[in-house]
Write a new protein. Sequence first.
Length: 95
Amino acid sequence: MVDVSPLLRTVAGPQALDEVDRILTEVRSKCNAPDDIFMNLGIAVFEIAANIVEHAASGLNRLVQLQMWVQVRAHDVLVEFTDDGTPTDVDPESQ
């Protein structure tokens, strides 16, 4: 297992997405996942990061902190995000 976490602690703003991209490039170089699998991981990770950037500060009058952890393991890659922003209820059935 290659543990490269925590990799990111930053303000949840547009620059955070550039940092996520940099980290994914670094992680890609450390794992042997097929290109299509890693592309799907990248899409999911970017969607989560973008949602934090877009929604976490909703209704707040302060900067929101975002953290990203990544673990490259033998057969998978684990990515975890946390933020100190406003919790949002999501109902996947409402779409």
